[in-house]
Ligand binder design. Structure first.
Ligand code: NOJ
Ligand code: CA
Length: 679
């Protein structure tokens, strides 16, 4: 690993201070290749702002910085620049698992101190890290007499787009946590949005706003103020403050990924780079892989989580899934509804759940032994109904049991309406909280850290947003945090054909998603059913990155369709490298990834409701090598509606790096290809 840290000098800038009276720039920093530039200015009222340009064109217009507090005057005006320092950093680091093994972390950093000229006379730092593919900045509060117990009401951080454009975004702070359909609107029509929010400006530059390293702080949403201007709005806390901290502390990084193409956003590792290095060391006990499970039948309503005649998690059923997994090379079996607590109103009352007591018709010890004997791992399931307080009381015992049984992955769940998570207050009482507030940020990290000490990986559903903490805590392997496949079982509407393309350019920029693809049974209780073709279901294994991927359908649907099922058996979940061949936000995308453990490449192309013909130059393949391309494509007349969804053609061709493939995608369709080198 190379690590150059140079130049960390603090300099005072009296001449720049003089210029501040005229709102002139007081400091500037550019990315290593000069493409991204950030300029800091202070106006005649002492208000500080930043602005950003990309390849010489403004992308973020002057945008203010600052805070509102519960018990102190706001921190936003009468500011003066009192010191500034710059440094450069360049390192290569490795992901223990991931969409790409080697990551370069190369930036120029500028730190500056702002001090109030009048009033309380408080000082704080703002640190900008500027990369060739975007920027991140955070606020740092020193421990001073003026800052000790800090109670933040909200941030005044702005993100003002410098040009017209359109954005894809989902609403924030509604009743349904983070699971919404996407809006595609002009920038002037953004509402209150979750991050990542992704925009395409009218000069073709793509930006995505999000955050990195959300630790002990509340999640940031974006609220449009006027025109093309957005302002951070923090997820509220249970009391009057969104965030309560003791100085010294810093905020998460506010991130803006910038790229000339939509695909460049997907190739960017900026959010990971802004997280701290691996704190766990060797995590080889977590092995990426695919899993099947007792799951889809509950969403279809043919089995129940609750006990009774329809109980899905019976010993017999579990053994059948384990045998299937062993036969077809799946690493894991997820079993939901195994533990007591599902009878009655589990959604409304997580207090009934025990995470150590199986239902009487589920022989946990026998099932775990059966799995171990077949080299299959059970994936634990802890639905908490967002009763985080109740879960914390049991989790040590639950992780101890899981570890003893050889369970190294646990899917947790936080189903409840938004604002109805339950957390421990400092006085021991239980209070209600938002899923993305500071209390839940703390809770999730407590779970991940406790799990790590038992060599357990965590996959939360209805989680807090992903901000790249998998770099620091590589046992935080995946999460949900958007509409997943489950909506195609019972949603009205189910996920529309554009949904997964939108995920790629927003939610998935944040990190891996346990979307659970691979459905062949397209008619479900949802009026629209699964609105994709079969070929698109296969392509999702490449287009949507996660180190754990479910083969979500009923086993009988796989047994009846060995042809397309072969792709699900073959596709890996751990990658050496990832590239985006083409893509437009909201429309389509083609991604190729190289397997970490072989010389195989995989391609996944997906489209929205429109049929498309895309070209895929194969120059990513190794020169001079012939590959067998196993192609799974939409057949004639394939369509995301009705019986045409299962029209798939499976064929083979021999190709080389010099070839270009033409990918014909049906409405709501896709294409999946495995490239296997021939000797
Ligand atoms: C919602 C999760 O997203 C889903 O996967 C799970 O089956 C249910 N909650 C029950 O825990
Ligand atoms: Ca969910």
């Amino acid at each position: 690993m190379k690590n150059f840290v140079r130049l960390a000098v603090a300099i005072t800038l009296p001449f720049l201070l003089a210029m501040a009276a005229h709102a002139a720039p007081v400091a500037e920093v550019a990315s290593p290749d000069g493409a991204v530039r950030v300029e800091i200015a202070i106006n005649d009222e002492g208000r500080a702002s930043y602005a950003a340009s990309y390849r010489g064109e403004a992308v973020i217009a002057p945008s203010r910085l600052g805070f509102l507090f519960v018990d102190a005057p706001k921190l936003e005006r009468n500011l003066t620049l009192t010191s500034r320092s710059v440094r450069s950093f360049d390192e290569n680091w490795q992901q223990p698992w991931g969409e790409q093994r080697q990551v370069r972390n190369h930036y120029n950093e500028m730190r500056f101190t702002l001090t109030e000229r009048t009033g309380p006379g408080r000082s704080f730092d703002v640190v900008f890290r500027v990369y060739d593919d975007g920027l991140g900045f955070r606020y740092e509060f020193p421990d001073t007499r003026r800052f000790h117990d800090v109670r933040i009401l909200n941030e005044l951080t702005e993100f003002n787009f410098a040009r017209a454009g359109e954005a894809i975004w989902t609403p924030a702070l509604g009743s349904n946590r983070e699971e919404y359909l996407y809006h595609r609107t002009p920038l002037e029509q953004i509402g209150t949005a979750q991050t990542p929010l992704t925009a395409r400006l009218d000069n073709g530059v793509h930006l995505s706003i999000h955050e990195a390293a959300l630790v002990d702080y509340s999640g940031m949403n974006l609220m449009r103020i006027e025109g093309r201007g957005l302002r951070a709005t923090l997820t509220p806390g249970p009391g009057d403050a969104a965030v309560t901290r003791t100085a010294p502390f810093h905020t998460p990084w506010r991130t803006i990924q910038i790229s000339p193409s939509a695909g460049g956003l997907v190739e960017s590792r900026l959010i990971l780079n802004l997280n701290e290095p691996n704190a766990l060391g060797d995590v080889s006990w977590f092995r990426p892989g695919k899993y099947v499970g007792i799951w889809w039948q509950m969403h279809l309503g043919t089995a129940s989580w609750a006990s009774g005649p329809k109980h899905g998690a019976t010993t017999e059923n579990a053994l059948r899934y384990i045998d299937f997994a062993g036969r077809h090379g799946f690493r894991g079996v997820l079993i939901e509804g195994w533990n007591i607590g599902w009878d009655g109103d589990w959604f409304g009352n997580g207090e009934e759940f025990s995470f150590t007591t199986p239902y009487p018709d589920f022989d946990l010890e026998r099932i775990a032994a059966h799995a171990r004997a077949r080299g299959v791992q059970l994936i634990g399931h802890h639905e908490t109904s967002a009763n985080a307080a109740h879960y914390e009381d049991q989790m040590e015992a639950a992780f101890t049991l899981s570890e003893r049984l050889g369970v190294h992955i646990i899917k947790t769940g936080y189903v409840s309406d938004a604002g109805q998570a339950r957390v421990h207050a400092p006085d021991g009482s239980v209070r209600y909280a938002w899923h993305e507030g500071q209390d839940m940020a703390r809770h999730h990290l407590r779970v991940v850290q406790a799990a790590a000490s038992h060599r357990i990986a965590i996959n939360p559903h209805e989680p807090i947003k992903d901000t790249g903490l998998r770099r620091t805590w590589p046992n935080w392997v995946a999460r949900e945090g958007a509409r997943g496949m489950e909506y195609n079982a019972w949603g009205n509407p189910s996920n529309p054909p554009e949904h997964e393309v939108n995920l790629v350019f927003t939610r998935l920029l944040a990190g891996p998603m346990d979307f659970t693809p691979g459905i062949f049974g397209m008619d479900t209780p949802s009026p629209q059913g699964v609105a994709t073709t079969w070929a698109k279901q296969l392509a999702l294994y490449v287009a949507i990155y996660s180190p754990i991927q479910m083969a979500a359908d009923l086993l009988e649907n796989y047994e009846a369709n060995p042809g397309p099922f072969q792709f699900i058996r073959d596709v890996p979940t751990d990658w050496e490298e990832t590239r985006v061949l083409n893509g437009e936000i909201g429309d389509f995308v083609t991604i190729v990834r190289r397997d970490r453990n072989s010389r195989d490449w995989y391609l996944g192309a997906i489209t929205d409701e429109n049929a498309r013909v895309l070209t895929a130059p194969l120059s990513f393949l190794q020169r001079g090598v012939r590959y067998r391309a196993q192609i799974y494509r939409d057949g004639p007349g394939a369509d995301y509606r009705g019986g045409a969804r299962s029209r798939i053609v499976i064929e083979e061709r021999v190709v080389t790096a010099g070839d270009t493939l033409t990918l014909a995608l049906a409405p709501g369709g896709g294409q999946a290809i495995r490239f296997h080198p021939l000797r």
